[in-house]
Design a protein around this ligand. Sequence first.
Ligand SMILES: Nc1ncnc2c1ncn2[C@@H]1O[C@H](COP(=O)(O)OS(=O)(=O)O)[C@@H](OP(=O)(O)O)[C@H]1O
Length: 320
Amino acid sequence: MSFGANLCLRKPEKLDEPRKMTGIIPTVGSPELLLHRGCVLIQGTHLPHEVDQIRDLEIRDSDVFVVTFPKSGTIWMQQILLLLQSKGDVERISKTDKFSNGDVVPWIEVKGQVHKFVKAESPRFRVTHLPYTFMPIALSHKKGKVIYVARNPKDVLVSFYHFHKLAMMLETPRSFGDFFDKFLKGEVMGGSWFEHVKSWFSHKDDLNMLFIMYEEMVQDLTAAVRRIAEFLDIELTQDQLQNVVKHSTFKNMRKIPQANYEQVPGDLLDHHQGSFMRKGITGDWKNHFTAAQNQQFDEVFNREMKDFPVSFTWDISDTS
Ligand SMILES: Nc1ncnc2c1ncn2[C@@H]1O[C@H](COP(=O)(O)OS(=O)(=O)O)[C@@H](OP(=O)(O)O)[C@H]1O
């Protein structure tokens, strides 16, 4: 099996149809989505020429990239990284003039960030939704570290649907069914969930990479934080570890302005439409999918992931 950016947008029903590599995915009432070399970006938020510069960036051993498909736990991992760096001192990370965790641990692909990354002091913590082929080549020489967070794509779909209602840069979904179809076709920001996971996972042995699942973080956050700290060579006392865990629970993050995005300006997030920190649970897809949608999703999942050598901690067919 081969993987690459050219697989970023795959139409599940017509796999042999040549994929359009560049173009526009039309949206209604919001910036258009750009199909850039097979990857889906947001017009204005991302500049294709800057995204292309990421590949050649010099990487330091202390650099850490958190890689996620959207809605897989990015802000959660940003919070954990900041807490690990401050040894669990939540006061220290709250003393910032930044609006959100996303400003302190930014997306490398967002407009203007490549330039800032080059000049930033170590350690440089960044997040990204990009597929593997857009990321610095130096990572594949085991420079820097990568934490890949994967989440049940059914819950990703539901979370992304609700996020589209508040994110001003994304199209307001016409209906859940309409969004469901777009997600399966990879016609959403980030492209195809299936290709994202496969593109990164197939390179895991080339990278210093920790592959962790949202579901295992929900199930045992202490064990997850311990794994992440060990991976980053950060030593913590028992008290410090407990503080990192305490201030990265959903309940507590909801109360922290930088971690719940409530300070993000209204022209980016319409806070009247819902909250970024929505439910933070596993299995919410069961409250949204019809039986037919669940069957359709399973068929696509099984086809797309049949050669993928990882069994997930969730049961994709669990309809109970
Ligand atoms: N601490 C904690 N525990 C459990 N769940 C958490 C936590 N922090 C964030 N979240 C949930 O993660 C979802 C947002 O994902 P992202 O941060 O990746 O979104 S984004 O791509 O950056 O827009 C979104 O999921 P949903 O609630 O299902 O919508 C958040 O609620």
